[in-house]
Design a protein around this ligand. Structure first.
Ligand SMILES: [Fe+2]
Ligand SMILES: [Fe+2]
Length: 139
């Protein structure tokens, strides 16, 4: 079963943000699938690393686009939203660089299962929701 279901991610008032969130859902589910394959004995480290690098790039684009929207519409809580992005991106980059060093699949799996899923769901339901709602009312 995929790690993330569409119902886990709340829909916000801007389609372009929802599109990016569902792209992220596919990327995360693909990584989780690769992790489970490795756990069952597959030699797929290179594929995992390519997928993790792709996840970092996608997350950078995801956050940069939301920051561009917040700047464009002068969203009042930009700082709070940006701080959550910065902290999550730093955690993700740290995790990826550690995985490249130690290939610790248990730690990698735990991060996605125990941290990333709840972070993403909460972030979208709070920061992204409020941001999209504000921007969509600016006309
Ligand atoms: Fe987002
Ligand atoms: Fe966000």
């Amino acid at each position: 079963m995929p790690l993330l279901q569409k119902e886990d991610l709340m829909l916000v008032d801007l389609d372009e943000m929802n599109t990016v969130h569902f792209e992220e859902l596919d990327i995360v589910n693909n990584i989780y699938d690769l992790i489970e394959k490795k756990e069952s004995g597959e030699d797929n480290d290179e594929e995992i690393i390519i997928a993790l690098d792709g996840f970092v790039s996608h997350t950078e684009g995801h956050f940069a686009n939301e920051q561009r929207l917040m700047d464009k519409y002068m969203f009042p809580a930009t700082h709070c939203h940006q701080a959550e992005h910065d902290s999550a991106l730093a955690d993700i980059k740290m995790l990826v660089s550690q995985y490249k060093e130690n290939r610790d699949i248990v730690k990698l799996k735990l991060f996605f299962k125990e941290e990333l899923v709840s972070w993403l769901g909460n972030h979208i339901a709070t920061m992204d929701m409020v941001t999209a709602s504000f921007i969509s009312q600016q006309g």
